[in-house]
Structures are given as structure tokens and as C-alpha cells.
Design a protein around this ligand. Structure first.
Ligand code: GLN
Length: 290
């Protein structure tokens, strides 16, 4: 391969390294100083020549991608719910599947003029910022146990001009107040799951959660009622095979309207329930809470 390939040749070279076409396009656009929304530009410029220095830089990025680093970390950008987020290895790479949780949260928030919402384990701030951008009158609290993650979320909020409040807390342990909706995409992969081997570039504490993957989901389900307004909703993302287990956790805790929603691939990926209107915050009907 010449070291001054055309853009089309550089993309072909990325293909031989095993990269998906979209990943190669995003990395090439990043290398030539353009954003991911400029893919049409690439097609129109496929005979342009890539000089040796950017070519070397592009190949280095392709090699890192081939070794498993998320494209979002390599470019520093990820679009989520139409928002351009800055992301890096301090936070989980936001997945499009999580947009299902955002859609559902917007539905339950829709009847309220100024809904109070908490996003637990906010990471980059993706969910909290998407909700705030769609509902400017909402009061959105972004919670994370990691100060590194909160720094990323806070910077995204400031850059996008979205007034999400950030607070450091281990789930709801250090959070005051009552919410109309609590949403979370917590870690939920079983700690021995071989799938984790493919995700070594992302923070383990954002991915793995005990032997069955449900440890953090259990904690959130246990804590949430004390922070839900009557009629408030708890909406949770979980693993592809955990919907039934999460529905059982919510039902046992006394939630009503317990149901699951499918992600873009048709997998039951989110489960939620409503804290019955009329139930005092924290009271779990028919159950002693320890
Ligand atoms: N859905 C992600 C994955 O399986 C995990 C995200 C999470 O643990 N919250 O790759």
C-alpha cells in the first residue's frame, strides 16, 4: 500500500484490518478533522489523497479499534439521542439500546409540567442530558458514585447548555428528595461472564455486578420507593436475559404496573414499575423491608 492513499484506499485498508465500514469512516473523518455527520463528504471526496502523517495516524487508530477500543474513545465523541456527547475511558460508551429507556422515561414524564427525575449511574450523562434536552422544564439530577464519571457528565451538561444537576452518591444512599421518575442503566453483567473480555476498555464498575449481574439492580429496587412520589416510576435497563428476574424484584418490592420494553433489536431490555399512587414513600405493601 502506498503511503499516500486516496481516502477510498485508506478505507479499504481499514477493511483488511477487520474494521466495520462505519467504524473506519468515523475514524477517517476524525483524522481529517471532520465530524461523524460528514459521511457524505467522504463519499464525495473518495479520490482525495491522504498525506503520510494523517495516514499513519489513521492506521494507528484502526489498529487500536481492531484491538477492541470503542470508536467513541478514539474520537472522543458519541452521539446519543441526537446529542453530541464527549466521552472517554472514564465512562461507559453510551449504547443506542439505551435510547429505549429514554423513550420510556419521556412517556411517563409527559403528563407532568415539571417532572423531577433522577438518573442513577449517569456515566457520561447520556440519559440525564437526553431527558433534559427533550423536557427543558424537568428538574434532572444525574447521580454517579464515580467522581471521574461525574466530571464527564458535568462537562457535557455545561458544553450543551443543559442545566442537569450532578451529585456524587452510591445509588440513592446520599440523595435527598423525591422524584416522579428514577431511571438507571446500572452495571448488570455477571462478574464471570465471558462477554466482559470484549469490554476491557470500559470501566468494569460500570459493567459488572455480582455473580448474577443483579446486585446493583437489587439495591436500586430496594432503595427507590423511599425516593418516589406516589405514582412515580422506576425504569431500569438490564441484560438480555434478566427481564423476568427484574420484574420479580419489582413485584416483590410492591411496585405495580410492572412491565418490560424491548430495545432496538427486539430484546426485552428495560423493566419498570410504578410506585402506587396513595402508597406513602418507602412503604412496601405486604412486605417487611430489611
Ligand atoms: N449493554 C452493555 C453490554 O452488554 C452493558 C451495559 C451495562 O452493563 N449497563 O455491552
Amino acid at each position: 500500500m502506498v503511503n499516500t492513499p486516496t481516502l477510498a484506499q485508506a478505507l479499504a485498508q481499514a477493511h483488511t484490518l477487520g474494521l466495520a465500514r462505519i467504524d473506519a469512516q468515523l475514524l477517517l473523518l476524525h483524522t481529517v478533522g471532520r465530524t461523524g455527520s460528514d459521511r457524505a463528504w467522504l463519499l464525495a471526496h473518495d479520490t482525495d489523497v491522504l498525506a503520510p502523517a494523517p495516514h499513519a495516524q489513521f492506521l494507528a487508530l484502526c489498529q487500536r479499534r481492531a484491538a477492541g477500543e470503542p470508536v467513541a474513545y478514539l474520537t472522543g465523541h458519541k452521539e446519543f439521542y441526537g446529542l453530541p456527547l464527549q466521552v472517554d475511558a472514564r465512562v461507559l460508551d453510551p449504547r443506542p439500546d439505551t435510547e429505549t429507556l429514554v423513550d420510556w422515561a419521556l412517556e411517563v414524564m409527559a403528563p407532568l409540567p415539571a417532572p423531577r427525575v433522577a438518573d442513577l449511574g449517569t456515566g457520561s450523562g447520556a440519559i440525564a442530558l437526553a431527558l433534559q434536552s427533550q423536557r427543558p422544564t424537568a428538574q434532572v439530577l444525574a447521580v454517579d458514585a464515580s467522581s471521574d464519571a461525574l466530571a464527564v457528565a458535568r462537562a457535557n451538561g455545561e458544553r450543551l447548555g443543559l442545566p442537569v444537576q450532578c451529585v456524587q452518591s452510591d445509588w440513592l444512599a446520599g440523595v435527598d428528595g423525591v422524584f416522579d421518575a428514577i431511571v438507571s442503566n446500572p452495571p448488570y453483567i455477571p462478574s464471570g461472564d465471558p462477554h466482559l473480555a470484549a469490554l476491557t476498555h470500559e470501566p468494569l464498575q460500570a459493567l459488572a455486578s455480582g455473580a448474577d449481574g443483579l446486585a446493583d439492580l437489587r439495591t436500586i429496587v430496594a432503595q427507590a420507593p423511599a425516593h418516589l412520589a406516589p405514582g412515580g416510576w422506576l425504569l431500569l435497563e438490564h441484560g438480555y436475559d434478566q427481564a423476568e428476574a427484574v420484574r420479580a424484584l419489582l413485584t416483590q418490592r410492591g411496585f405495580v404496573q410492572v412491565q418490560s420494553h424491548n430495545d432496538l433489536a427486539g430484546i426485552a431490555r428495560c423493566t419498570g414499575g410504578q410506585w402506587a399512587a396513595g402508597a406513602p414513600a418507602g412503604h412496601s405493601p405486604g412486605q417487611t423491608v430489611k
